[in-house]
Design a protein around this ligand. Structure first.
Ligand SMILES: [Zn+2]
Length: 139
């Protein structure tokens, strides 16, 4: 088994990669796409969920609660931030108008895979992540 095969097997079997799989459910496509993307540290945080998000910080005991500032019943996860976070409603609406894809979990991988809209979607993700990570730093 070559290393890519090994990586694939690990990717599919690990449940810690849940956030990554939301963006990149297909391993072959993931492999090709990751070679094309410019992986800034902030984009890596978005794609893995490992970063300055309350849900993650809480898991690693760096924060007392996983909740989001918008709603104490909601975890501040990458999924919540990209799909529900009210502060970015307007940006989300614009994204939907331009891409013609509703902000739903099953569309996240499609937005990333779409050559035409990928950069816009990544910018949307990075803007939110920067904002949130910064907020969590100052608290
Ligand atoms: Zn929220």
């Amino acid at each position: 088994m070559d290393s890519i095969e090994k990586w694939k097997k690990r990717y599919m079997s690990s449940d810690t990669a849940a956030v990554t799989k939301m963006f990149l459910p297909d391993i072959e496509a993931a492999y090709r796409l990751l070679q094309k993307l410019e992986l800034s540290p902030i984009l890596v945080q978005v794609l893995t969920g490992h970063g300055g998000f309350s849900s993650y910080l809480y898991r690693f005991k760096c924060k007392n609660s996983p909740e989001c500032v918008c709603d104490s019943q909601k975890e501040e996860s990458v999924e919540h931030l990209l799909l529900e976070y009210p502060k970015y409603l307007q940006d989300r609406f614009k994204l939907e108008m331009v891409t013609n894809m509703q902000p739903k979990k099953e569309n996240i991988s499609k937005l990333l895979a779409c050559k035409k809209h990928r950069n816009r979607f990544i910018t949307y993700c990075i803007d939110i992540a920067k904002d949130v990570i910064n907020r969590n730093k100052t608290k």
